[in-house]
Write a protein that binds this ligand. Structure first.
Ligand SMILES: C[S@@+](CC[C@H](N)C(=O)[O-])C[C@H]1O[C@@H](n2cnc3c(N)ncnc32)[C@H](O)[C@@H]1O
Length: 136
């Protein structure tokens, strides 16, 4: 994905730079960005709390994290299945956690969430519960 993005940026007239870095340690100054975007990444980041700390650090005052993430289900039954199968799913899906309690962790990081539940159509039930929106 990064290679594809780099080729696209090279063709674009917009000033943009592709930087390779882990979310737990972003090589950017405090308050450097108005917007951070995460699509289906917080499920896979190994140290979610560290990553969210970094998001907070690099956001300017009033900045927002925009996200689309699959999360642990609100439904107790599906949530229990996600917990049971999280280990196997993680091996199959390269470290992705199907039961990631993303809202809990966003709130624990001091972010105010404005998220709408949705469904990831065409995917297994384990990763179908989606949240779309912002945290600030
Ligand atoms: C399910 S893929 C999503 C890819 C893409 N964002 C999308 O929406 O199609 C999960 C992505 O999280 C990235 N990832 C995993 N751990 C990461 C970390 N610690 N920091 C930054 N990215 C990470 C992986 O490289 C992978 O590209």
């Amino acid at each position: 994905m990064r290679g594809r993005l780099a080729r696209r940026v090279a063709r674009s007239r917009r000033p943009a730079r592709v930087v390779a870095a882990g979310a737990e340690r972003l090589p950017f100054a405090d308050g450097a960005f108005d917007i951070v975007v995460s699509t289906m990444v917080l499920c896979t980041v190994q140290d979610l709390d560290a990553a969210l700390g970094e998001v907070r650090r690099v956001l300017a005052p009033g900045g927002r994290l925009l996200l689309i993430e699959h999360v642990r289900a609100d439904s107790p039954r599906l949530g229990r299945w996600q917990d049971r199968l999280a280990g196997a799913w993680g091996v199959f899906a390269e470290g992705c956690r199907c039961n990631q309690p993303t809202v809990e962790r966003l709130e624990a990081a001091g972010l105010r969430v404005e998220l709408t539940p949705d469904r990831w159509h065409g995917m297994p039930a384990l990763v179908a519960p989606l949240l779309v929106g912002a945290a600030s």
